[in-house]
Design a protein around this ligand. Structure first.
Ligand SMILES: [Zn+2]
Length: 323
């Protein structure tokens, strides 16, 4: 049975997709100059040192746009109707802090990397465990942890197993500053209110393809809008050509033939079902059978952007020298 080919969009669907593509590349441009989020692969562990005691909580959406994860949006729900929530996406309640990651790795230019200042974004179990560490130790400034990520796919990308190793003195922290970096700046926690400042409801509406309700401002969402939102769902069953054609009259069918430039002849005595069948056949010939859309929910590919950062070398050889 012929299904609707998936490689193009028209009308509202096309507009929605275009808005998402623009938003995704905009987001990438914005994130290019922003601090990196710490993450590690499944079944990996490494040492990190906290530069502050995490105390900044908020809700955040993580969206797959244009087939790519790594698009983060602050949820508006605390003060406004959040278009992303309306679209059926659930935010995560996160706790953020600033760390030095001691993970050693080699960048694409062959430079050895370590002691990188990064954002630490803890959600779910990772957040709970981090909160427990804070309750226990009051201040996490200078605290070194071995943090491990397990193999479960729903585990926070940071890992959620915290093993306390040591609290570094100020003098010891200084030894972790990579050469060429401003010491004061390096040891200063990030400005979270600035980094995660929410976008406007309008911008987020565009992103999820919801039109602003007519005659309504951001606060007043209409019933219709709420009903429209499920369309944004990624796994939405899309209307097949077969369904579409079934609802069309003779003139509309002819229009499809013209618009799609199909080589289908329509004769006077033909019944509409024959015309529909011929159109479907021509569409399949033109576009091929629809391929099954694959859902790749690999959490590991989430935040690959870390590889882009510039080379830097810590003054000490390894965090282990301080432990
Ligand atoms: Zn939201």
């Amino acid at each position: 049975m012929a299904k609707k080919p998936k490689w193009f969009q028209k009308g509202q669907e096309g507009k929605k997709r275009a808005a998402q593509t623009d938003a995704a590349s905009q987001k990438r441009r914005e994130q290019a100059g922003k601090p990196f989020r710490f993450f590690q692969g499944k079944n990996e562990s490494c040492k990190i040192t906290f530069l502050d005691t995490p105390d900044f909580y908020f809700s955040e959406h993580h969206l797959k746009l244009n087939n790519q994860w790594g698009n983060f949006f602050t949820c508006l729900n605390d003060f406004d109707t959040c278009p992303i929530c309306e679209s059926g996406e659930n935010p995560s309640y996160i706790l953020v802090g600033t760390i030095i990651s001691h993970k050693e790795w080699t960048d694409k230019d062959g430079n050895k990397r370590k002691n990188q200042k990064m954002l630490f974004v803890a959600k779910a179990k990772a957040r709970e465990n981090l909160q427990r560490q804070i309750e226990r130790r009051k201040s996490l400034v200078g605290c070194v942890y071995e943090i491990a990520r397990g193999g479960a796919s729903n585990e926070c990308a940071t890992g959620e197993d915290f093993e306390y190793l040591k609290k570094l003195s100020k003098a010891q922290l200084q030894k972790l500053i990579p050469p060429g970096q401003d010491a004061k700046e390096f040891l200063k926690p990030y400005d979270y209110a600035k980094l995660f400042e929410p976008q406007s409801a309008e911008a987020l509406r565009k992103l999820v393809g919801i039109d602003a309700p007519i005659g309504a401002d951001d606060e007043a969402e209409t019933e219709e809008e709420e009903q429209e939102t499920p369309e944004v769902e990624e796994e939405e069953e899309e209307e097949t050509w077969e369904d579409k054609l079934a609802d069309m009259n003779r003139n509309q069918l002819k229009k499809v033939i013209r618009d799609e430039e199909l080589e289908v002849k329509v004769f006077k005595g033909q019944d509409d079902d024959t015309v529909r069948a011929n159109i479907l056949e021509a569409l399949v010939e033109k576009y091929g059978e629809e391929e099954e859309e694959e859902e790749t929910e690999e959490a590991e590919t989430e935040e690959e952007e870390t590889v882009e950062e510039e080379a830097e070398t810590g003054e000490i050889d390894s965090i282990d020298d301080l432990l």
